[in-house]
Design a protein around this ligand. Structure first.
Ligand SMILES: NC(=O)c1ccc[n+]([C@@H]2O[C@H](COP(=O)([O-])OP(=O)(O)OC[C@H]3O[C@@H](n4cnc5c(N)ncnc54)[C@H](OP(=O)(O)O)[C@@H]3O)[C@@H](O)[C@H]2O)c1
Length: 258
């Protein structure tokens, strides 16, 4: 099933609140801007507010919490999660030797588990949406990504052994699939799998059930399109209904399909 999104999608005014982690990152910053431009209230947990663009610092819809996410106590985390309609994680390992091989190796998986457990502990009256920035290197279970052949699977297995961030992204998705599951009363989730990230504006893009390219002949995804898709998941009930409990692959419409 292929869903196409265009710039003509209708943006409904909303008073929803989103907790965003990784908002100082390349993709996270775009998510933050697009959420605010839709009038959504954002609580952003960041290591340093200096990483946020100065022109949005005074936005009345933005609340910045300067904290080290993984060091927050359970009570503190629950305080930030309380009252949120959705949680978006755009965390990623900083692309440096220290970022890739230094601790925490399990940044994305641990943040995912802590945030979801925090939501569950609060037992919200309606399920909270959890939206995870992931990657096409992440597998769907049961070999559902039929396009990934034996050689590519073996290559990824080695990569996960060598590169902690690759293993971390898979573990975060596995946690949502196996531990939170599809019928959780308090947390519903979508694992967003973009291809190679590019700068650029929001453009036409498509979301697919499974892989459409090989890791050896990658497609491309504008970070702005990832942000747009994540915002649609928050604000558009049809988009959410179509993708909850799934791992959509998001690629630019202009990206050549293999
Ligand atoms: N590169 C690609 O082509 C590609 C393709 C598909 C998917 N992805 C995945 O997309 C994700 C995001 O990529 P990106 O390029 O947008 O990320 P990015 O620009 O590197 O941003 C990473 C974010 O994570 C935060 N962070 C890093 N280490 C942290 C820690 N120890 N504690 C708390 N926060 C921490 C950073 O905060 P600070 O600002 O404080 O450092 C920043 O907000 C990654 O998981 C990556 O695997 C990448």
């Amino acid at each position: 099933m292929v869903h196409r999104h265009t710039l003509e999608d209708v943006d409904m005014p909303t008073q929803q609140t989103v907790l965003l982690v990784g908002g100082t990152g390349r993709t996270g910053g775009r998510v933050l801007r697009q959420l605010l431009s839709r009038g959504i209230r954002v609580r952003a947990i960041v290591r340093s507010g200096r990483g946020l663009p100065p022109d949005i610092a005074d936005n009345p819809c933005l609340m910045v919490v300067e904290a080290t996410l993984l060091s927050l106590s359970e009570e503190e985390l629950q305080r930030h999660v309380r009252g949120c309609d959705a949680v978006i994680s755009c965390l990623g390992h900083v692309l440096s030797l220290k970022g890739i091989f230094g601790s925490p190796h399990d940044l994305v998986a641990r943040a995912t588990s802590r945030l979801c457990r925090g939501v569950e502990a609060l037992q919200p009256p309606a399920p909270v949406k959890f939206i995870l920035m992931s990657s096409v290197s992440v597998n769907r279970p049961g070999r559902l990504d039929a396009r990934r052949g034996a050689f590519e699977r073996a290559f990824l297995w080695v990569l996960r052994g060598l590169l902690p961030p690759a293993k971390d992204n898979q573990r975060a998705a596995d946690f949502l699939l196996a531990k939170v599951g599809p019928n959780n009363a308090f947390v519903q989730w979508v694992v967003v799998r973009p291809d190679s990230l590019l700068p650029g504006e929001v453009s036409e893009y498509a979301s697919h059930e499974g892989l459409v390219n090989s890791l050896f002949a990658p497609g491309s995804t504008n970070m702005a399109n990832v942000a747009h898709f994540m915002c649609e998941l928050v604000t558009n009930p049809e988009t959410w209904a179509a993708w909850k409990g799934k791992l959509p692959v998001v690629v630019n419409a202009s990206s050549k399909l293999a």
